[in-house]
Design a protein around this ligand. Structure first.
Ligand code: FCB
Length: 449
């Protein structure tokens, strides 16, 4: 039987994603580095240490990414390297970033660059960071320096990574380095200042590079009541979904802040994004009242769950979220998607099933332009340290040895052929054949067969 194939458009971006603090190593001027040194903050007291050694040798992993056939990579810049002291810029750090970005271009890998991915210079935190409005001028100054010195190498930009995750983890859950103010007042002030930072960064980039595409990477999740849940659970799921998935996006669209940030308008915010970046990981069952926080991480009894009870694997959610953001009428990039899976038990099926949802979206003419898998290589997973392994490439932080996982080989086949097909499913995730390629799956044995 001929093999069934789902073919993607020729200009689709096939990417991977990383963030500076998680891969560079020895980020000694960042608030995360300081936080890791105090026992009790990171699972098993792990430290980022040399991380994936990208500051010395990002090129080695970029070689592997190029060999896989990827044509895009999302990375971030470490503000604390570029500006280790207020208004003191480190030219050698900027030079190193130029080298890394050039190494990508040389390998046919288009960079998408994030300005803020969870970590801050220690000096900024001492001054009050996102709780104080002064951060906006600082962020603009940093962005202007990046635009001036690196902008010619950066066609796609993310100003802020996952603003709501940052707020939740930092102010409400206290999993990220502790700020000066915590709780809702801290989160509300930071929400407002993050929106302001985004708006000034957007215009700082676009003034110099009008053709650059600028957006944010917005973590979005599916929140639903458990089957058979009450109407109040449904109401709560809708509220959380609005807060987590829509409030930031709606503010960027019309320039008006949303709860809990306040009600006013922010100058330059309306329409300040050229694409929607979706970071998608999971679905949660929600009930009211939650046991703690605003929602509990729960799923159904038959859910496929990744390592460390990180979350349910729920590919259909990606299609639902793509549909949800169509109202912004912008190109869509999946700026992160992946799972912790050290044994590589689920990742191949995860890749095929999530990419199938994207292909389905494209076949409805939904404008999904690219996919950045989190992550290229195992890296330092914030407060969970080295316990969660997201890499297409397995990496031992003690020896720095690498091995491309089977799922990494599959991603290579996908990127090179710009398609997913039944043969790949048969080889890497035969359990998917019946649901994904029903016409091709071996049927039940009959007397004639
Ligand atoms: C996202 C973060 C990224 C990584 C993945 C697993 O929320 O943006 O840095 O930690 O989760």
């Amino acid at each position: 039987m001929a093999e069934a194939k789902m073919v993607f458009p020729p200009d689709f971006r096939w990417g991977t994603a990383t963030a500076s603090h998680q891969v560079e190593g020895n980020n000694k001027n960042s608030d995360w580095w300081a936080w890791e040194q105090e026992p009790g903050h990171i699972l098993n007291n792990h430290k980022s240490g040399a991380a994936c050694d990208w500051w010395q040798n990002a090129e080695a992993d970029l070689d592997l990414a190029a060999a896989m056939g990827t044509n895009a990579h999302r990375m971030s810049l470490e503000w604390s390297r570029i500006e280790p002291e207020p208004a003191v810029f480190d030219q050698s750090a900027i030079d190193r970033y130029r080298e890394i970005l050039t190494a990508m271009h040389d390998r046919g890998i288009e960079p998408m660059v994030t300005l803020h991915h969870f970590s801050n210079p220690v000096w900024l935190v001492e001054k009050g960071d996102f709780n104080t409005s002064i951060v906006v001028d600082y962020f603009q100054r940093y962005t202007a320096k990046v635009v001036e010195t690196l902008g010619d190498l950066i066609p796609k930009w993310v100003t802020i990574n996952e603003p709501l995750v940052y707020l939740f983890s930092r102010y409400l859950e206290k999993q990220f380095p502790a700020p000066h103010r915590t709780g809702w007042p801290g989160a509300a002030a930071a929400f407002q200042n993050l929106l302001r930072c985004h708006a000034v960064a957007y215009h700082t980039i676009k003034d110099k590079f009008p053709d650059a595409m600028v957006g944010v990477a917005k973590n979005m999740a599916i929140f639903e009541p458990r089957p058979g849940g009450s109407r109040i659970d449904q109401w709560w799921a809708n509220r959380i979904s609005w807060l987590f998935n829509d409030s930031w996006m709606d503010s960027m669209e019309d320039g008006r802040m949303r709860w809990p940030a306040g009600r006013g308008r922010i100058k330059g915010l309306a329409g300040s994004f050229d694409f929607v970046g979706i970071n998608y990981y999971s679905r949660y069952y929600v009930k009211f009242p939650p046991r703690r926080g605003i929602y509990d991480k729960e799923w159904g009894p038959n859910a496929v769950v990744s390592d460390g009870a990180y979350g349910e694997v729920y590919p259909a959610g990606l299609f639902q979220l793509i549909k949800r953001v169509l109202r912004y009428k912008r190109p869509i990039f999946i700026t992160e998607n992946g799972l912790p899976d050290a044994a590589d038990r689920l990742r191949s099926a995860f890749l095929l099933s999530h990419l199938r949802e994207i292909w389905r979206a494209i076949s409805f003419c939904f404008p999904v332009m690219g996919y950045y898998h989190w992550s290229l290589v195992d890296n330092f997973e914030w407060h969970q340290g080295w316990t969660l392994r997201f890499g297409l490439i397995e990496m031992d932080p003690d020896t720095q040895e690498r091995r491309v996982r089977e799922s990494g080989k599959l991603y290579g086949d996908i990127c090179r052929s710009q398609s997913i097909d039944s043969q790949m499913a048969q080889q890497y995730a035969p359990e998917l054949m019946a649901s994904m390629f029903p016409g091709q799956a071996p049927g039940p044995k009959t007397d004639e067969s």
